[in-house]
Write a protein that binds this ligand. Structure first.
Ligand code: ACM
Length: 518
């Protein structure tokens, strides 16, 4: 069998490794190429994890893999660079140019499993594939019965898009460092590589800025509904960035401007055109706040924030929002973006903005994040498409496909429904390359699933709204267009049910998916 023909459950009674062994390639996102062959490999108490000698990044990934497998298997799984044969092997090969910065090859046979990549991120993604080939019980944190068998064959896998994101809005409701780390671990399992944090909005400012300390201390002191809110100290934020990096995710921080700024305006009277600070805001209306585009102090503020945030950001991108600036005139909006985008460049970062940025003049190299709907007007779509033809890259986050805060159906709690109900098939069944008319396929940098949190206030809410739709974004972002198909996808998604359950994720049991038990 070659390529994608190998994906999917074997028919009952078919020869093969037996019902306990997951067919090679029954993972999400589906790999680019799957060739089942030969005997399976079983991890045992004697299995060791071999890493390249003198490659600390590979050793770290080996240690990460061991930490994933030890609790449920109960095996020691030592990580070693002694050059021994068999077992699990992680190796970098700079000659594997076709694997690129994130691809990998996984070969499994009677004696062991070898994951080869050109770069550490590829090994990390290959580890997620290996993990998903094992029984779901491997995700449990106490010892489980095996056997821990991986089907035989070869997977060769590279992503379709380099930008595969998920956003968490920590402004409308604040989420702790521990909650963000859990989210990062969930994203990593599905090969998401960008964590977009929506750090400021009308209801809360969530990152400490030394030169404007009231932003966090006062502007972060509440949230939707009037709870205590919160913010990240710089040390906590660095901890998030570093944890994300250990999972090969890049953090994309967002400070939303010039609208969605009530928390900042409430913290500093001088940022307001009339010099009067408004009260803190705990409702969910949008479009009522604006930075004062004419005041010089506005640009001192913006530069200080961007400088301090850029210094906390090893990644390439800094997101400046730009959506729903309904209280800023068009001329002011354009003038503001003309002044602010060069500041992002001055501190070495690339601008990302919501797609309204294409109504101004996007900086060279900027990315615009499209959050419109099928029913969005042609004129707005045409403006985005024109910017894309002019060199602006696009991140696709259609609200009626990938907004994780939309209700699945009228029965869903929590959630919003202004973009309509978004059941699993709707979130999956579209093509990013063909989505916006007039956009060259090469302009699509990738996809992102945003989780807004006006109604989402607990970890259980995050789990229910994101799962399983996050997996749609993951597969759209990673898997080749030719592999796309709802019928095969829903079977592979069904097989993820026991894994999500083993991870303690109380996901939405969509009636569109024939969920399995294990
Ligand atoms: C947005 O949903 N206002 C980007």
């Amino acid at each position: 069998m070659a390529g994608l023909a190998g994906v999917g459950a074997a028919p009952p009674g078919a020869p093969g490794p037996g019902p306990a062994v997951r067919p090679l390639g029954e993972v999400v996102p589906v790999p680019a190429s799957v060739r089942p062959s030969g005997a399976p490999y079983t991890i045992t108490a004697r299995t060791r994890i071999h890493v390249d000698h003198g490659a600390p990044e590979v050793r770290r990934i080996g240690a990460y893999l061991a930490s994933l497998l030890r609790p449920a298997t109960g095996y020691a799984l030592p990580v070693t660079d002694d050059g021994g044969k068999g077992g699990i092997r992680l190796r970098l090969s700079h000659r594997e140019k076709a694997l690129g910065p994130e691809g990998y090859r996984l070969r499994s046979g009677r004696l062991g499993v070898t994951i080869t990549a050109r770069a550490p991120a590829g090994l990390f993604h290959g580890v997620q594939t290996l993990r998903q080939q094992l029984p779901a019980a491997v995700e449990r944190d106490s010892r489980q019965a095996g056997p821990w068998t991986v089907a035989g064959g070869t997977i060769t896998d590279v992503p379709r898009y380099g930008y595969r994101g998920a956003m968490l809005d920590v402004s409308r409701h604040f989420f702790t460092v521990a909650q963000v780390k859990r989210w990062i671990d969930q994203l990593a399992l599905y090969k998401i590589n960008k964590l977009h944090l929506h750090l400021s909005d009308d209801q809360g400012w969530r990152i400490a800025i030394d030169s404007w300390p009231r932003l966090a201390a006062y502007g972060g002191s509440t949230q939707v509904g009037g709870g205590p809110g919160g913010h990240y100290t710089k040390a906590q934020y660095r901890e998030i960035v570093s944890y994300a990096a250990s999972r090969h995710l890049e953090v994309v921080p967002e400070i939303d401007m010039p609208g969605h700024t009530n928390a900042a305006l409430a913290s500093y009277a001088e940022l307001n055109c009339d010099g009067v600070a408004p009260p803190l805001y705990t409702g969910t209306a949008v479009g009522f706040s604006s930075l004062c585009v004419d005041k010089p102090v506005t640009y001192d503020f913006v530069e200080d924030v961007i400088r301090e945030l850029a210094a906390l950001t090893p990644g390439r991108y800094l997101h400046i929002g730009g959506d729903e600036a309904h209280s800023t005139s068009h001329a002011d909006y354009v003038a503001f973006m003309d002044r602010v985008q060069p500041v992002v460049a001055k501190y070495g970062k690339t601008v990302v903005g919501w797609h309204q940025l294409t109504g101004a003049d996007p900086a060279k190299g900027a990315l615009a994040q499209y959050w419109g709907l099928d029913r969005t007007g042609d004129a707005e779509k045409a403006k985005v498409a024109a910017a894309a033809r002019n060199g602006t890259g696009l991140i696709l986050s259609p609200a009626d496909r990938l907004y994780l805060d939309m209700k699945y159906s009228e029965k869903t709690e929590p959630g919003l429904s202004w973009a309509g109900y978004v059941e699993v098939r709707r979130s999956y069944d579209w093509d990013p390359a063909a989505y916006l008319p007039g956009v060259p396929a090469s302009a699509v940098a990738g996809v992102e699933a945003p989780l807004w949190t006006e109604t989402v206030s607990t970890g259980a809410h995050i789990d229910r709204m994101a799962f399983p739709r996050l997996l749609s974004a993951a597969e759209l972002g990673w898997s080749p267009a030719a592999s796309h198909g709802w019928e095969a996808y829903r079977e592979r998604l069904a097989a993820q049910g026991p894994r999500l359950a083993a991870l303690g994720i109380d996901f939405h049991r969509s009636p569109q998916v024939p969920w399995r038990t294990e």
